[in-house]
Design a protein around this ligand. Structure first.
Ligand SMILES: [Mg+2]
Length: 466
């Protein structure tokens, strides 16, 4: 069942979902199966979440790895060159590899360090070794799949194969990327990528088709893999398997990381597809809020959630512009409900650092607060996933309150979205009717705004009796 939503939610969900999967899977890389669920038997919504960092390479919580670093090189090259410029992209890859990133795939390192030109390096490596079917080109292809989706099947297949071939000389890897691009193309259109699999396989040349059809079959299970998931076939096979069996974004990622092995890469691939299917609002905010990282060899810029969202929009043909809300007279913070404070954007921005902040709007410059959740919620009628987003917010708030945190809920003006969450808290935690909750908040928070009817409708759906 594919939820209906605007394309922009899916585009952002794909790029952010891939980075989230990468960061979430990184601490479990090369570990045994089941380790993620053993450590997190239930959702970890307090100050410390499943974005735990660590692993053999000592990642920070929420830090993405080489998968996303390379994906961002693909993305920025495609946007800045307005299309595929293989020489430019290969140069960016080389500059990155030369800067000694914490993790580089064996094959990618060999090809990028060979000193050969972009159109010879990978092919030469494949001729010499005969081994080139790693998952290192599949893991970074989400941005290209977004960029070329609007140009149609032939264009996106071609781009997938050409970008893969920059580092991976085995054509089987290019076919894996091509299938991924096709699944992404239909997912961004709001169609079911799983139902589309047979049609995607038609694009694969006959000599590669049977092997791909095997790992993408409806009854294929990860135990049937004939290679480790460092190879390209089981990587896409596992990602598709998890998408088939997970009911939401979080469950898809849990399933795939629990398979063990190359967890960051398989989760990056699964996260890209699941993000396109479930949308940005389907990604738990405790994961999306903390995703971040730098690109070695390409300046010291720190990439965060808002940067990824802007880049995703640019890949889909929008304009890439950073958001500057300007200076707003501060409102709040004020304690409206016990332990729960409210404010507007700058009221929250300049609040005391021990608040656990729940942001319901775009921020511009990031806040300094160590515990900070960013929800994907617009003050309009187009939050297709509003029930899931609201439940995610209220669940996180309950967990953070249970740990004793002072909560600060805010949006741009502190009126409508902030009011939705304060009222939702009373409806769900105190069992109030929507009418009673609205009156209760209005008495204590004069800035409450009630113009968004879709918010009030969502509050009624929080109650079993409507
Ligand atoms: Mg990695």
């Amino acid at each position: 069942m594919i939820p209906r939503m605007h394309r922009s939610h899916r585009v952002a969900g794909a790029l952010v979902g891939s980075a989230v999967g990468d960061a979430l899977g990184a601490p479990f890389e090369f570990g045994p199966a089941g380790r993620f669920s053993a450590r997190f038997p239930s959702p970890a919504r307090g100050a410390h979440t499943e974005m735990c960092g660590g692993g053999s390479l000592g990642w920070e919580p929420g830090e993405f790895t080489d998968d996303t670093q390379m994906a961002l090189l693909v993305a920025t090259s495609l946007v800045e060159r307005d299309g595929l410029d293989e020489a430019d992209l290969f140069d960016r890859f080389r500059g990155w590899a030369a800067a000694d990133p914490p993790d580089v795939g064996v094959q990618t390192r060999a090809v990028l360090g060979s000193g050969l030109a972009w159109d010879a390096a990978a092919a030469e490596h494949f001729r010499r070794t005969g081994r080139a079917a790693g998952n290192g080109s599949l893991m970074r292809t989400t941005p290209a799949a977004i960029r070329f989706a609007r140009e149609g099947r032939a264009a996106t297949l071609d781009a997938a194969r050409r970008i893969s071939a920059l580092t991976h000389g085995d054509p089987a890897t290019g076919e894996g990327c091509a299938i991924f691009h096709e699944l992404m193309r239909v997912a961004l259109e709001g169609e079911d990528p799983l139902a589309f699999l047979p049609f995607a396989l038609i694009a694969v040349p006959a000599e590669h088709r049977a092997r791909w059809a095997a790992v993408l079959a409806e009854d294929w299970t990860p135990e049937q893999a004939t290679e480790s998931n460092g190879a390209v076939w089981p990587t896409l096979g596992q990602a598709v398997w998890a998408l088939r069996h997970g009911r939401d974004f979080a469950e898809v990622l849990r399933l795939v990381i629990d398979l063990g092995g190359d967890t960051d890469t398989v989760a990056a691939v699964a996260g890209g597809l699941a993000g396109a299917v479930f949308g940005m609002g389907g990604i738990p905010m405790r994961w999306a809020s903390v995703v971040h990282g730098r690109i070695p060899g390409h300046g010291n810029r720190l990439w965060r959630l808002a940067d990824l969202q802007q880049l995703a929009a640019a890949l889909d043909g929008g304009v890439q512009q950073s958001y500057d809300p300007g200076v707003i007279p501060r409102i709040g913070p004020a304690e409206v409900l016990p332990g729960i404070w409210a404010g507007n954007l700058d009221g929250a921005r300049y609040s005391e650092g021990d608040f656990a902040v729940i942001s319901l709007c775009r921020l511009g410059d990031p806040f300094p607060h160590p515990v900070h959740r960013l929800a994907y919620l617009a003050d309009n009628e187009h939050n297709a996933d509003i029930d899931a987003v609201l439940a995610d917010i209220l669940d996180d708030m309950a967990a953070l309150r249970a740990e004793g945190h002072r909560l600060l809920v805010h949006c741009h003006g502190g009126a409508s979205r902030t009011g939705l969450v304060l009222r939702g808290w009373l409806v769900r935690e105190e069992g109030m009717s929507v009418q009673a909750a609205t009156a209760h908040v209005a008495e204590r928070w004069p800035h409450l705004g009630l113009w968004n009817d879709s918010f009030t409708a969502a509050l009624h759906r929080l109650r079993p009796d409507g």
